[in-house]
Design a binder for this molecule. Structure first.
Ligand SMILES: [Zn+2]
Ligand SMILES: [Zn+2]
Length: 99
C-alpha cells in the first residue's frame, strides 16, 4: 500500500496529496512504463489496480455502539501518514493557473 502526505491549503481551500512512499505494486507498474515491450503491448497509463494506491481514510462505527465507549470505539484506517496545513500559499494547481 502507498502512503501519502495530505496538505490543506487554507488560501484556496484545496487539499493535495503527495506520495510519501510507494509500494511494490506501483514500482512494478513504473518499471513496466519504462519497458519498451510493455509499452508496445499494453495501454498507458498503467493501473496498479490497487485501491490502497490512492489516498484513503476509512471510518467505521461498530454495529452495536456501546454508550460507555462511544466515540473511542470508532475504528479508522488510513494511508495518510501526515496532515499539514498551509496558511500562506495556494495549492500547486491554483499556482499553475496563476491565481
Ligand atoms: Zn500502492
Ligand atoms: Zn487551490
Amino acid at each position: 500500500m502507498c502512503l501519502f502526505v495530505e496538505t490543506h491549503y487554507s488560501n484556496c481551500k484545496h487539499t493535495c496529496f503527495e506520495l510519501y512512499i510507494f509500494c511494490r505494486e506501483l514500482l512494478h507498474q513504473l518499471n513496466r512504463i519504462n519497458d519498451p515491450d510493455q509499452q508496445r503491448d499494453y495501454d498507458l497509463p498503467f493501473d496498479p489496480g490497487c485501491p490502497t494506491c490512492q489516498p484513503y481514510t476509512i471510518t467505521m462505527r461498530p454495529a452495536t455502539l456501546c454508550p460507555d465507549v462511544g466515540y473511542l470505539s470508532v475504528i479508522s484506517e488510513s494511508n495518510i501518514v501526515h496532515q499539514m496545513m498551509d496558511l500562506v500559499e495556494n495549492c500547486p494547481d491554483c499556482k499553475a493557473k496563476g491565481q
